[in-house]
Design a binder for this molecule. Structure first.
Ligand code: F0G
Length: 426
């Protein structure tokens, strides 16, 4: 009964949903999944009721914060579904973070609370499910770390061999540790992420391995559920803004698609605006935005937020459409702002990795510029867990000279009560 198809965004070619090519085999363009409008007679309110009825399901695929929205994700996945489960991440209010960002109505969607500690699990459950449907014999990705960690875990859950290509020396410790621990064949490439992706693309074609980077459209279908779950947590009352860190642009693209579909299907009646935040040193998308998306840029990337240290984002076209469709904006923040925002989020007891903090720094930047009203409802996406990048935490708190204002220097003492007293009274 399914009429779900894959459509090439470049040449318009159509193929069935079980076609295993990760890109259009005719023109190399990016594919997009098109679902039939979910037939829950009664439109948007019936769909909302269906999703609400599943909230709190404890076992099986519907316990997942991805597969709860199966009609919007992959209606025909059936018995192939491979779920940890994932999703069901909290939407957190934090007074200190809101005060720092100067945005009273700020909420944080903590995607670091996924099984492998980042939002990538939402895309990977769908990607590996699809790999099983097309009978892939192995799966592969290039990664700045989180995709590799998620791929390694989900491939292991599925019993599939995994290949992960990462830029040597540019991956946070926690992420590299995960890829190794979950048993992926891990290649440390002497190059940057963009080169890893080109290599993964070519190698997967040559070796017949299923490519699970976010060029793969099934990944994006899973990542749409970050938005759907957020809307559901807000009782389907859309926020004014959704703010997301942007690197390879898969998430920005997925968010735009989720929102446009949600409106088409009557789940919401107005679109929040999207804000995509890049680091100053890795901002090709922001450059294009400033020129009205007149052309695509490639840069040599340099930022402390290694997750988004990307100079030639793969999902450029579809992310540009997401920004246009939602009257969105793209802006940048400095590494210093990222580290300060991270110290605030961490110090509030919430914690996130540097790339995630870019979203919070971006909120402050956009409020100060007057783009985001101080009293509006804003959701910032914390994309990864604080423990992903322990190196940067140690560096910030223990090593940076002079110590930043928020540095929490540990104090070394002898095993004597007086020493404890002295430190506590200082
Ligand atoms: N935040 C984190 C923690 C990430 O790991 C990524 C991307 C992003 C934000 C940006 O999302 O690429 O969809 O624009 N990480 C990818 C990886 C590139 O390989 O793990 P994006």
């Amino acid at each position: 009964m399914s009429a779900t198809r894959q459509l090439c965004a470049s040449c318009g070619g159509e193929r069935p949903e079980t076609d295993p090519h990760p890109r259009c085999p005719d023109c190399g363009g990016l594919l997009e999944i098109r679902h039939p409008p979910p037939a829950a007679g009664g439109g948007g309110s019936a769909l909302r009721a269906l999703f609400d009825a599943r909230w709190g399901v404890r076992r099986g695929p519907l316990a997942s914060g991805v597969w709860r929205y199966t009609e919007a994700v992959l209606p025909t996945a059936g018995e192939h579904i491979l779920s940890y489960p994932e999703g069901n991440t909290p939407l957190v209010a934090s007074a200190p973070v809101a005060a720092w960002a100067e945005a009273r109505g700020l909420l944080l969607k903590h995607e670091g609370q996924n099984p492998t500690g980042s939002f990538k699990d939402r895309g990977m459950t769908v990607g590996v499910t699809q790999a099983r449907r097309v009978r892939a014999r192995a799966v592969a990705c290039a990664s700045t770390g989180n995709t590799g960690a998620a791929l390694a875990a989900y491939a292991a859950l599925a019993g599939l061999p995994a290949l992960v290509l990462v830029p040597k020396g540019q991956v946070a410790l926690g992420k590299l540790a995960q890829a190794l621990a979950y048993g992926a064949r891990t290649l440390l490439v002497r190059g940057n992420f963009d080169q890893c992706l080109e290599l993964a693309d070519a190698a997967s074609a040559r070796l017949g391995v299923y490519l699970l980077n976010s060029v793969n459209p099934f990944r994006l279908e899973g990542q749409k559920t970050i938005v759907l779950e957020t809307l559901q947590q807000l009782a389907w009352e859309p926020p004014d803004w959704i703010v997301v860190p942007a690197g390879n642009l898969g998430n920005t693209a997925a968010f735009g698609k989720a929102l446009v579909e949600a409106r088409e299907w009557g789940i919401i009646d107005r679109l929040p605006r999207l804000a995509a935040i890049q680091a100053d040193g890795a901002a090709p998308f922001a450059l294009s935005f400033r020129e009205g998306f007149a052309r695509r840029h490639r840069v040599e990337p340099h930022t402390v937020a290694t997750a988004i240290n990307i100079g030639h984002p793969a999902s450029y076209d579809r992310a540009a459409r997401a920004i246009r469709d939602t009257e969105g904006v793209v802006t940048t923040v400095s590494d210093a702002e990222i580290l300060e925002a991270k110290a605030v989020v961490d110090g509030a007891g919430i914690g996130c990795e540097p790339a995630s903090a870019a979203a919070v720094a971006g909120v402050r930047r956009l409020v100060r510029e007057g783009t985001i009203g101080a009293g509006t409802r804003v959701v910032a996406i914390l994309t990864g867990h604080v423990l992903k990048d322990p190196g940067i935490v140690t560096h910030y708190h223990q090593e940076l000279e002079p110590p930043p204002a928020r540095a929490n220097r540990p104090v070394e003492i002898d095993p004597r009560l007086e020493d404890v007293e002295r430190v506590m009274n200082a």
